[in-house]
Design a binder for this molecule. Structure first.
Ligand SMILES: [Ca+2]
Ligand SMILES: [Ca+2]
Ligand SMILES: [Ca+2]
Length: 176
């Protein structure tokens, strides 16, 4: 809109090549290539004392779809017999609309303490194990501690669409 109601010139660039593709105010454009495209509109004032002045706006348009991976822990499950110091084996399952590469799976062992967490170690791969160490300054008997395992997987992106990440966590509470 123009505050003083002058005629306006509309210039749409749908493919970011700097060349005008359409001049109506409300054109239709069909993208045929998957990916993220930027459509830009430049509007120029054709009258009044601001004649020749312009304003631009752009919007990213995503064509096609990349589904987010879904990450699940097969192991560990919340275990009634967990104690700090145990070696905890993990196994992660990832489902995605693209082939899954286990090398892109990362799993982090975090020592949960009250309302915060201390990342202790990180591994990659769909299966592995952690020794559930407790750092100095934390008391297994006195402190409110838990072992948190976070698994994360980022897909490679699809046809120029950005990568998507899925993650999940499992929490082990010590017994006794
Ligand atoms: Ca104007
Ligand atoms: Ca263009
Ligand atoms: Ca995907």
């Amino acid at each position: 809109m123009d505050p003083d109601g002058d005629r306006l010139r509309y210039e749409w660039d749908f493919d970011s090549d700097g060349r005008v593709d359409s001049r109506p105010a409300n054109p239709v454009h069909t993208y045929t290539e998957p990916g993220v495209h930027t459509a830009t509109l430049k509007v120029t004032d054709l009258g009044g004392r601001h004649r020749g002045k312009s304003a631009s706006a752009g919007i990213d348009i995503t064509v096609g779809a990349n589904e987010a991976p879904v990450v699940t822990f097969l192991r560990p499950t919340p275990d009634p017999d967990f104690a700090f110091g145990d070696t905890v084996e993990y196994e992660v399952e990832v489902t995605d609309d693209q082939p899954v590469d286990c090398a892109r799976v990362t799993v982090t062992y975090i020592l949960g303490h009250d309302d915060h967490g201390h990342p202790m170690s990180t591994a990659s791969g769909c299966a592995g194990s952690f020794v559930t160490t407790v750092p100095e300054g934390h008391d297994v008997e006195e402190d409110d501690l838990r072992a948190v395992f976070v698994a994360s997987y980022t897909d490679p992106g699809l046809n120029g669409l950005p990568p998507l990440t899925g993650s999940t966590e499992v929490v082990l509470l010590p017994t006794g």
